[in-house]
Design a protein around this ligand. Structure first.
Ligand code: MEZ
Length: 550
């Protein structure tokens, strides 16, 4: 455990002092009591970052004009397009396709597969490489009610309750009803799920679930899902063409206001490409790299809300964009791991959260927003957090309990990625606890869609984290991997139906982008100096930025 400083090693002794008694209790099924519904609401209001009014303001333009949004989101929506529309020749066509999929994570790839099966030619345009996404980074599992004693009905109730009854019921029904089919589909493509010796699925609880329905592949479930869907797409390369390092920067509409393609930007050559398509799907992922309220993030480098910006300029409303998921357990030590996801599976396997005294202070599997509020309360209000050498607050996540509860070697077997990520810094998480604090994990809201992933613009679909409504104001663990596949697949199917009924539009326009720019000017927002979509976060420190000028 030499990865910890001498002061932190001293504090770990307090955790060790209470561990044997805690393990004994856990073995008897005795747990720290969960909060009541009233307490949950009270703690959320007091401690969860979503309930703070700082760092928020009303957006001044577009379909959600007047809605209060995080400052980071509002200012992206109030930025100018990256395109000089007048200079762009829209009569030129670089690519034509039946379906243009923007984004190549889980949702985009699932959509491409479904559309190809329905007979479409698909072009997938992605900002980085195929698979660079939050899907590939998801760890703990995917929910599906496919076990005895469970049903989509119970899954539905958990999702609605976890989302504080703010979810769109039709989307939740689609999510939970399609879930068993998705597991079957993944297995048919060769996904290696964790299994019991008799061949049945190994399933666990996640926070806020009334049944064990978390299916996993170690702590690399998203990577395993992405492996199989990406391989499958590559096997169908005649019909699914992939353009990497080519993010979309605006949606093209036709003269009837229907989606008719997009303008892509080649990150390497800096050229713009005009793509014309019969249908368009936005599957660009979430906004973690906007670091809402200054939080570190678990998200991949490209998670900059691009899809929301493009859809918004095309006239599609967003919903619940002021609701951000802070995963309760992000690493805060060592500094190189700050923000890194510590999967909820760690708590699902029995590890407890402890304060500086080595005491439990919350039920470990509350819904995520409540669990995060508990951690923040313990550090900021109860003043029982641990301070790292760089001045960060956190609490202990007692991972050594896992081997004591389930047998020597369980940590290494069930959590191989986490084990390696800490071993690099000489911290053996099967022997010593981890230091954690909430980290920005997920965009709960997003583009408004219906249960077939259709937006309010004809021919424009949206699926995955970029779309809102299914999780309401709080997503439960394992429902995002499910969401990307359920709505990706549905989008692919519905877009196929739609595309087959249409010809390529005779003319494409960016009039909506010009109208939007005029609205910006008219409302006095003027020029905030920025352009969007952002595409990549800018981490250059001020002294470097100063030297970039001129
Ligand atoms: O759904 C998620 O966000 C997930 C599975 C995360 C995790 O804790 O592993």
């Amino acid at each position: 455990m030499s990865g910890y400083t001498t002061a932190l090693k001293e504090l770990i002794k307090k955790v060790e002092a209470t561990r044997a008694a805690r393990v004994e209790k856990a073995k008897k099924g005795e747990h720290f009591p969960a909060l009541t519904m009233e307490q949950r609401q009270e703690w959320l209001k007091k401690y969860h970052p979503d309930y703070k009014m700082d760092g928020r303001r009303a957006v001044k333009v577009g379909p959600n004009k007047g809605s209060v949004l995080p400052e980071e989101v509002a200012s992206l929506l109030e930025s100018k397009s990256r395109l000089n529309v007048a200079a762009l020749d829209l009569t030129r066509t670089d690519y034509t396709t039946d379906l243009l999929v923007i984004g190549a994570g889980g949702a985009g790839t699932a959509a491409a597969l479904a559309a190809q099966e329905a007979g479409l030619k698909v072009l997938v345009a992605t900002k980085l490489r195929h698979g660079d996404s939050n899907t590939v980074m998801a760890e703990g599992g995917i929910q599906a009610a496919d076990q005895e004693g469970d049903s989509p009905y119970f899954h539905y109730l958990d999702v609605i309750g976890g989302g504080h009854f703010s979810n769109q019921p039709a989307l939740v029904a689609a999510l939970t009803n399609d879930a068993p089919l998705i597991i079957h589909w993944l297995e048919s493509m060769g996904m290696m799920f964790d299994k019991l010796p008799d061949g049945r699925m190994k399933v666990r609880h996640g926070g806020g679930t009334c049944r064990k329905r978390m299916h996993s592949a170690g702590d690399m479930t998203g990577a395993e899902i992405m492996r199989v869907v990406r391989d499958e797409a590559r096997n169908r390369a005649n019909d699914i063409k992939m353009l990497e390092f080519s993010p979309a920067v605006e949606i093209l509409l036709d003269e009837g206001g229907r989606a008719a393609g997009a303008v892509l930007y080649n990150l390497e050559t800096k050229e713009y490409y005009i793509v014309r398509a019969k249908a368009v799907l936005i599957a660009t992922g979430g906004f973690g790299r906007l670091h809402i309220q200054g939080f570190p993030t678990t998200n991949h480098y490209g998670a900059t809300a691009d899809g929301c910006v493009m859809a918004y300029r095309a006239g599609v409303a967003l919903q619940d964009m002021d609701s951000t998921q802070y995963h309760p357990t992000g690493a805060i030590y060592p500094e190189q791991n700050v923000g890194l996801l510590i999967t909820e599976k760690v708590r699902g396997l029995g590890a407890q959260l402890l304060n500086i005294e080595g005491e439990q202070f919350c039920f470990p599997l509350e819904p995520r927003d409540v669990e995060s509020a508990c951690v923040i309360r313990e550090c900021l209000d109860m003043k029982k957090g641990i301070v790292t050498p760089t001045g960060r607050f956190g609490v202990w996540l007692d991972s050594p309990m896992i081997d004591l509860l389930h047998g020597e070697g369980t940590v290494r077997k069930e959590l191989p990625a986490k084990y390696i990520q800490f071993k690099r810094y000489d911290i053996d998480i099967s022997k010593v606890p981890m230091l954690i604090y909430p980290t920005l994990h997920y965009q709960n809201g997003g583009i408004k869609i219906d249960e077939w992933a259709q937006t309010s613009v004809e021919g424009l679909f949206s699926a995955g984290e970029v779309a809102g409504g299914v999780h309401g104001r709080n997503r439960l663990m394992g429902n995002s991997l499910l969401d990307v596949l359920v709505f990706g697949r549905r989008a692919g199917l519905k877009a196929s139906e739609y595309a087959k009924s249409r010809k390529l539009s005779a003319k494409v326009t960016l009039k909506h982008v010009e109208d939007y720019a005029r609205e910006l000017d008219k409302t006095g927002v003027g020029d905030n100096g920025a352009t969007s979509p952002l595409l990549l976060p800018d981490y250059a420190p001020d002294h470097v930025k100063a030297r970039q000028i001129g």
